[in-house]
Design a protein around this ligand. Sequence first.
Ligand code: FE2
Length: 227
Amino acid sequence: MKPDIPAAPEANGPFSLSPLPFAHTALAPIISARTLRFHHGKHHKGYVDKLNALVMQRRLQDRSLMDLIQSMHGTKETEIFNNAAQVWNHDFYWQSLIPVGNKAAERKYSAELAHLIDESFGSIQALKAALVKTATAQFGSGWAWLVRDGARLKVMSTGNAEVPFTAGYTPLLALDVWEHAYYLDYQNRRDQHVTAVVDQLLNWSFAAENLASTADASSEAPTAVGV
Ligand code: FE2
């Protein structure tokens, strides 16, 4: 499952901040450059720095990010789990987004993804509505997800740093609904932020790649199609 970050021991810790896959201005006006600079450069980096400090203190610097998340989940090591999971969640979230106006990537559903969306939700419009509703309704900080649940897709949310895969779900797309993701641009209007992101910024090519990489994915070779 990606993204996983292998440990490579360094003086300040094994983990580094992944670069954004787009320019700070690329998501405006849906997500401003100012929000991205704080979100990536302060919040995401803060999780990386804290995780590095923790694993160096605890002599866990040879463990991969995924190993830390899986092994610390549900234990008393909540600080390590929370920071490791937030590093993973943010890496996954940035890849779930595409620059405004990138219609080619936005509409590039694989045949398998389009089929499962129709089977699971009835239409892409219904899926988008479910994502908006779930992301808006998540109480407090957390994440909304499009996941694979066996032979179907579903929309779900997780609180704080929780990840879907510890409960057996394969994440395809993530929406960050912590206030730091939208407060500078939308203040308390989370619903407006989420609606705009779901309408215009989701990277369906990334969702199709994640679907194709699942072990129990359909044997049919995915073919890029417009829907
Ligand atoms: Fe965040």
